[in-house]
Design a protein around this ligand. Structure first.
Ligand code: ZN
Length: 499
């Protein structure tokens, strides 16, 4: 007779294998399933989701979790297994409150809404998406209400993506950023814009894919444990231990977009690849702390990738792959990747105005969940807020509310993670500089792997064993603050724009 811990491990493995299937189906659906095959694949995906729901709500599973959480059993578990029992028991109790039929309806509505969003975005027709969005909003409210009937729904959603950071903390950080950026952005707007015409031209997509390979190798992505695909919206997904995949999209007139998406997604992937085998099949293997996750992708993309020194060791190779760049001095390239100006698309925005794109989405999410705004009013609200925060107004919904996929699949509460990630990055940069020395010099000398090593030792190897607030405390020894990020912006852009 197996003891309860071994039974539980077997059960977890089975669940993990279903999740593995589900992740592969989602990957296929988002990267290559032909249009006429999508409906049947979505049915299969719904069925897998339903099976996983059964696993997570089964009586025997609940019994094992309850038994393992009793003090005499619990104390004997290692930290990763303690976390697993605690987290999965909470999830189990939450899901037990959700009717299975409702859960399946919700999963199915999200998958379909995702496909409708793609079509709506492509044809710039919000009306194709609006009924799906309304349905997803209604069902998301219901879902959260089932899980935590006594809590504020938006607070619960925030907690799904960044455990331990509430809206009060986010409000303080975001207000400080909004106020802090105003004078900096006014100064930049008044400064002369750099001449970037040398970068204009047509850039071969195959060559851009080779650049992507170069960049991913350079920052430390392990191709033996990862793969790359193509999708409408770049993303990274952990299929299973040893298989972390990312996607990208390419623009013929703008090679910089795909470069920085590759570095961003590569940062997510390096985090996932840095989670050690000891944590496999425990809850610590799964990092749902999206602020922490974004802090890693954005550390590579912005803090490192937008430094001139990042490019010094590879700029010649870049010129070999994209011959147009041979005519572009590194200084001009550096100015181009740090061009600060208000723009419509979040994923293409510079690192400074990017903050305002997130604050806009955060404010709209609160209007949806606390102010009951419905889908039909969202395009107008979006455009008004763009004007208020960035001083520009979208002319189409494709460059407005349709640009991001997150709301189509019910991921409300996710957006703040991006900016939280940058806030953490300001702190990590200060700490890394204290411990390793000047990152400019480390990068210029081609020692980027020392930085990856530091991030791995301090953050990646623990998976989600600690939540973000705990990671900050362990790594930096102090509480979360937006000040280091604002200091970093002020110092860097005062130099670039000679303010
Ligand atoms: Zn990301």
């Amino acid at each position: 007779m197996k003891n309860v811990l071994n039974q539980f491990r077997d059960y977890l493995l089975e669940m993990k294998q279903y999740q593995h299937v589900s992740a592969l189906l989602q990957w296929d659906l988002q990267t290559q399933t032909p249009e006429n095959g999508q409906e049947r694949l979505m049915e299969l995906s719904d069925r897998t989701a339903a099976r996983l729901f059964q696993y997570a709500t089964a009586e025997e599973y609940g019994r094992m979790l309850e038994e393992l959480s009793e003090p005499q059993q619990f104390e004997r578990l290692d930290p990763a297994m303690q976390l697993t029992v605690r987290r999965l028991l909470r999830e189990h109790r939450r899901l037990l409150r959700v009717p299975a039929d409702f859960y399946n309806e919700y999963a199915s509505a999200r998958t379909r809404s995702g496909r409708a969003w793609e079509k709506a975005k492509r044809s710039d027709d919000f009306s194709l998406f609006a009924p799906h969005l309304d349905k997803v909003i209604t069902l998301t409210k219901q879902y959260v209400n089932y899980m935590e009937p006594d809590a504020d729904p938006y607070e619960v959603l925030l907690g799904l993506y960044e455990e331990g950071i509430d809206s009060e903390t986010i409000n303080c950080l975001f207000d400080e950023i909004k106020d802090g950026l105003r004078p900096l952005l006014a100064g930049i707007a008044a400064a002369p814009a750099p001449d970037l015409s040398a970068l204009e031209g047509h850039y071969d997509i195959d060559a851009q894919k080779k650049v992507q390979r170069l960049l991913l190798d350079y920052i430390g992505f392990d191709f033996a444990s990862g793969a790359v695909g193509e999708s409408e919206h770049p993303f990274t997904t952990r299929i299973r231990f040893g298989d972390v995949r990312l996607t990208n999209h390419y623009l013929e007139d703008n090679p910089i977009s795909a470069m920085f998406s590759a570095i961003h997604e590569g940062g997510h992937a390096i985090f996932e690849q840095g989670i050690p085998a000891e944590l496999e099949n425990t809850a610590a293997e799964q990092v749902d702390l999206m602020g922490l996750h974004e802090s890693q992708s954005r550390f590579y993309e912005n803090i490192l990738g937008r430094k001139k020194q990042f490019w010094i060791p590879i700029y010649d190779k870049l010129g070999e792959l994209l011959p147009q760049l041979k005519q572009v001095p590194l200084d001009t390239f550096y100015r181009a990747v740090n061009l600060v100006r208000p723009s419509m698309i979040r994923t293409e925005a510079d690192e400074v105005t990017y903050c305002l794109h997130i604050i806009l989405r955060y404010e709209i999410e609160q209007a949806i969940f606390r102010g009951n705004v419905s889908a039909k009013d969202l395009p107008g609200l979006w455009n008004d807020k763009m004007e208020e925060l960035l001083g520009i107004r979208p002319q189409t919904n494709a460059e407005g509310i349709l640009q991001d996929m997150h709301w189509s699949d019910g991921s409300f509460g996710y957006f703040p993670s991006y900016l939280l990630g940058s806030v953490y990055d300001g702190m990590f940069l200060e700490q890394l500089t204290q411990e390793l020395g000047d990152p400019d010099q480390i990068l210029a000398e081609g020692r980027i792997q020392e930085i990856t090593g530091w991030l791995n030792r301090k953050i990646h190897r623990y998976g989600s064993l600690y939540n973000s607030a705990q990671v900050i405390e362990r790594v930096c020894g102090r509480e979360i603050s937006a000040k280091p990020l604002l200091d970093y912006f002020r110092k860097k852009y005062s130099e670039i724009y000679q303010l």
